[in-house]
Design a binder for this molecule. Structure first.
Ligand SMILES: NC(=O)c1ccc[n+]([C@@H]2O[C@H](COP(=O)([O-])OP(=O)(O)OC[C@H]3O[C@@H](n4cnc5c(N)ncnc54)[C@H](OP(=O)(O)O)[C@@H]3O)[C@@H](O)[C@H]2O)c1
Length: 428
C-alpha cells in the first residue's frame, strides 16, 4: 500500500481529531515519504454541525454504508454504538476484506469473537488500540512487547470519569453528586454517565485486556462489575484513617485455568502506584513471570490522546505484513470457565453504623468470629457520633466472599443496626 485510502465514520471528539492527525501526518516526514493517507470519505450524523476540521475538503456521506460504493483500504469506525450502525459497518468492511480500526470497546466486548474471526478468515486486521485506556499503548504492549511473558495478574484504573469523581471527593471533600456535576461541566462525563459510573465501561475494557493477556475468548458475561454510583464520602474518609484510598479497580487473573475478572470500588494502600493515579488519568499494572510489576499511566480519554492510538494502529497496518503474528493474538482463543468469585479469598473493609450502646462492639466481633473472619483492625469512631449512632470500621484478614455475605445477613438483622452495612474489598 503506498496510497492508503481511508474512510472515517464518526467525527465527534475522537473522529475529528483523527482527521486532523491524518492531515498533519501527511505533512510531516514521520512516515515513509512514499506513503500518503487519503481520506476518501467522511460521515457523521449532522453535516451542518460545527467541527474542528474543514469537512468541505472531503467527500461527505450522509449514510456511511454508501462509502462501500467506493474502494478503500481502511475503515476507521468512531461512531461508538454498541451494535447497530457500528456493528454493520465493521462487519461489512471485514467481509469485503477491508481493514478496520475502532475505539469501540462496548462492541468488541460483545461481538469481538465473531468480528475477529471474520478478520482472521479474510486476512485483514481489526485493530483497537484506542478502545482501552485511550492514549495509553497498552494493546501494542501486550501484543508485541511482552508477548512471551506469562501474565499472572493485570489490574488498572480504566475509566477517567470515575477516577476524577473519586479524586474530587477525596481531595475536595465533595459529595458524589457534586463531583459528577463538576465532571460534566469539565466535559469529563458523558451526557448519560451510566456506563462510566456503574463500572460497565471499565468492565468492557478489562474483558478485552483479559482476552489478550490470557489468550481466551472474549466473554463479557465473565466480567463481574459494580460501580461508584451514590458512593458515600464517609467511606473515603474512613479508608484514609486506615491508610487507604478508594479507586474503581478492574483486575483479572487466571486461577486454576479459570478466569476471574472484576471491576469494583476497592480500598487500595495509599502507597500503591495505582492509588496515586489522580483525576482523569488511567493506569495499568501488569505482573508477569518475567516482570514483577510493569506500570503504565497516561491519558485514558480525550480527542487528541485517543487519536494518538488510532494513528498508532494505522502505522501498524502499513508496517506489519498481512500474515504477521498480530492476528494470532486474537485467534485460536481458548474457551475457559469463569472462576467462582465465592471461592476467592480477599480482605474486606466494613462500615457498620450502630446504636451507641454497651455490648454492640463485642456482639459484632463475635458474629465475625462465628463466620471464621479474623479482624485485623477495628475502629469505633466515637468522635463521629451523631444522634447516638456511631460508626464501626473494620478491616478483616483474607476470607471468602460467601462468609462476608453471610455475616452481612446476620448483622443486618440485629436491632442495634442503624443503616445498610457497607463492605468493600481491599486490593492486594
Ligand atoms: N471520547 C473519548 O475520549 C474516547 C476515548 C476512548 C475511546 N472512545 C471511543 O471512541 C468512539 C467515539 O467516541 P467519541 O467520544 O468521539 O463520540 P462522539 O463525540 O459522540 O462522536 C460520535 C460521532 O458519531 C457520529 N454518528 C452518530 N450516529 C451516526 C450515524 N448513524 N452515522 C454516521 N455518524 C454517526 C456523530 O455525528 P454528529 O457529530 O453529527 O453528532 C459523531 O460525530 C466510541 O466508541 C468511544 O467509546 C472515546
Amino acid at each position: 500500500m503506498n496510497n492508503i485510502k481511508i474512510a472515517v465514520v464518526g467525527l465527534g471528539t475522537v473522529g475529528s481529531n483523527v482527521v486532523k492527525s491524518i492531515e498533519s501526518l501527511n505533512k510531516s516526514n514521520k512516515v515513509n515519504q512514499k506513503i500518503q493517507f487519503e481520506i476518501i470519505g467522511i460521515s457523521a450524523k449532522s453535516k451542518s454541525k460545527k467541527r474542528i476540521i474543514d469537512i468541505n475538503k472531503y467527500k461527505w456521506f450522509d449514510d456511511p454504508i454508501d462509502l462501500f460504493n467506493f474502494n478503500f483500504d481502511v475503515l476507521i469506525e468512531l461512531i461508538g454504538t454498541e451494535k447497530g450502525i457500528s456493528y454493520n459497518l465493521i462487519k461489512k468492511a471485514l467481509n469485503q476484506n477491508i481493514n478496520v480500526i475502532t475505539a469501540n470497546k462496548a462492541l468488541l466486548a460483545k461481538y469481538g469473537n465473531e468480528l475477529f474471526t471474520i478478520a482472521k478468515n479474510n486476512e485483514v486486521k481489526l485493530l483497537f488500540e484506542a478502545a482501552v485506556a485511550g492514549g495509553i499503548p497498552i494493546i501494542n504492549l501486550l501484543k508485541n512487547s511482552i508477548f512471551l511473558n506469562r501474565i499472572n495478574h493485570i489490574s488498572g484504573i480504566l475509566n477517567g470519569t470515575t477516577n476524577f469523581i473519586l479524586s474530587q471527593m477525596e481531595k475536595n471533600n465533595c459529595t458524589f453528586d457534586e463531583s459528577l456535576k463538576l465532571a460534566s461541566e469539565k466535559g469529563y462525563a458523558e451526557q448519560d454517565p451510566t456506563n462510566d459510573i456503574e463500572g460497565i465501561d471499565s468492565a468492557y475494557k478489562i474483558t478485552l485486556l483479559s482476552s489478550l493477556c490470557y489468550g481466551i475468548e472474549i466473554n463479557h458475561n465473565f466480567s463481574n462489575y459494580s460501580g461508584i454510583n451514590n458512593f458515600d464520602i464517609e467511606d473515603i474518609k474512613y479508608a484514609k484513617k486506615l491508610g487507604y484510598k478508594i479507586k474503581l479497580i478492574s483486575e483479572s487473573m487466571l486461577i486454576d485455568d479459570q478466569i476471574y475478572i472484576d471491576t469494583s470500588p476497592k480500598l487500595i494502600n495509599e502507597n500503591h502506584s495505582l492509588a496515586r493515579v489522580e483525576g482523569v488519568l488511567n493506569a495499568i499494572n501488569i505482573k508477569t513471570d518475567h516482570l514483577k510489576s510493569l506500570f503504565i499511566e497516561g491519558e485514558g480519554a480525550g480527542g487528541k490522546a485517543t487519536s494518538s492510538s488510532i494513528i498508532a494502529d494505522l502505522y501498524e497496518l502499513i508496517t506489519s505484513k498481512k500474515d504477521s503474528k498480530l492476528d494470532s493474538s486474537l485467534s485460536n482463543l481458548k474457551n475457559i470457565k469463569s472462576y467462582d468469585k465465592n471461592s476467592l479469598k480477599r480482605a474486606y473493609y466494613f462500615r457498620i453504623l450502630v446504636k451507641d450502646q454497651p455490648g454492640v462492639l463485642s456482639k459484632v466481633t463475635s458474629i465475625l468470629t462465628s463466620k471464621n473472619i479474623s479482624i485485623q483492625t477495628i475502629l469505633q469512631l466515637n468522635e463521629e457520633k451523631i444522634n447516638d449512632k456511631v460508626p464501626i470500621i473494620l478491616k478483616t484478614y483474607e476470607t471468602f466472599e460467601k462468609n462476608i455475605q453471610e455475616t452481612i445477613n446476620i448483622i443486618s438483622n440485629e436491632n442495634f443496626i442503624e443503616n445498610k452495612i457497607v463492605t468493600l474489598t481491599i486490593h492486594n
